[in-house]
Ligand binder design. Structure first.
Ligand code: XBP
Ligand code: MG
Length: 253
């Protein structure tokens, strides 16, 4: 089976974005006079729930049950999420959040080789363009033929919906593709959609388990910054390139 497309996750995979998300959530809470403060440990636990709206709803229901009356929950949480997204986008516009090691290199190599590229993410659409438009790297949103972002499907990762939505628009089967992910939720979503996955762990997912992943590494690596392979057969390589992805895809390992 020939590898026909790489489907990329965004947060934690293209860039280490979650600290910027966490800061945007906290700025939103503070601007609304709420004494909710998500520290690193709290946020790591909350990241089990994908989607900012779902994450805030889960937090209110489980830890702040008296904060919002049920009939105001949906409207208030969506308004807060809109504010949080504006905070996040503004933060990316102010500072340059670089893509992770090897991401720009591998995307450029794949693009030059005519490999189709897509995105399948839980995050909100404005966050993707804000990341790519303001990153110091040359990668742009129009490099990706299909962009599947959180709001287009009802059930977010680990449900397969966003990968199935992206595969349908690519006109490909899961077996034709590889998913590039950072989290267990992302791995489970891709696997459920029949897409084999390669994991590059991020700061929040280092301790997670990734059963069934083709390979798990701490990054894609660069010639001057080799990857550390956690599982899988790196065939002696020091960084992940298109040839290694093709071998993993062809051999299923
Ligand atoms: C990660 C997520 C998102 C972000 C926050 O998405 O689960 O919810 O944490 O973004 P992925 P939003 O790893 O699939 O890219 O607030 O826009 O959801
Ligand atoms: Mg991710």
């Amino acid at each position: 089976m020939t590898l026909k497309a790489l489907i990329w996750d965004v947060d934690g995979t293209l860039a280490e974005t979650e600290e910027a998300h966490r800061a945007a959530f906290n700025r939103t809470f503070s601007a609304r006079g709420l004494d909710w403060e998500w520290d690193w440990d709290k946020y790591r636990d909350l990241l089990r729930v994908t989607g900012g709206v779902e994450r805030m709803t889960h937090y209110v229901r489980t830890e702040r049950p008296d904060a919002l009356p049920d009939d105001a929950m949906v409207e208030t949480v969506h308004a807060m999420h809109k504010q949080k997204t504006a905070e996040y986008v503004a933060a990316l516009q102010r500072g340059e959040l670089p893509l992770r090691p090897g991401v720009a290199r591998l995307l450029a190599e794949a693009r030059d080789a005519g490999m189709r590229l897509a995105i399948a993410t839980t995050t909100s659409a404005p966050n993707i363009s804000a990341l790519l438009d303001h990153s110091p790297d040359p990668v742009r949103l129009d490099w990706f033929e299909v962009v599947g972002a959180g709001g287009v499907i009802p059930n977010k990762k680990p449900a397969p919906d966003i990968y199935l939505w992206t595969l349908e628009r690519l006109g490909l089967s899961g077996a034709d593709c590889l998913a590039m992910e950072d989290s267990r939720n992302g791995l489970d979503s891709a696997t459920a959609a029949g897409v084999p996955a390669v994991i590059t762990t991020s700061s929040y997912t280092r301790d997670q388990q990734f059963p069934g992943a083709l390979a798990v590494a701490d990054s894609l690596g660069e010639p001057d910054a080799p990857m550390q392979l956690v599982s899988g057969d790196g065939r002696g390589r020091r960084w992940i390139d298109l040839d290694l992805l093709r071998q993993w895809h062809r051999n299923g390992r």
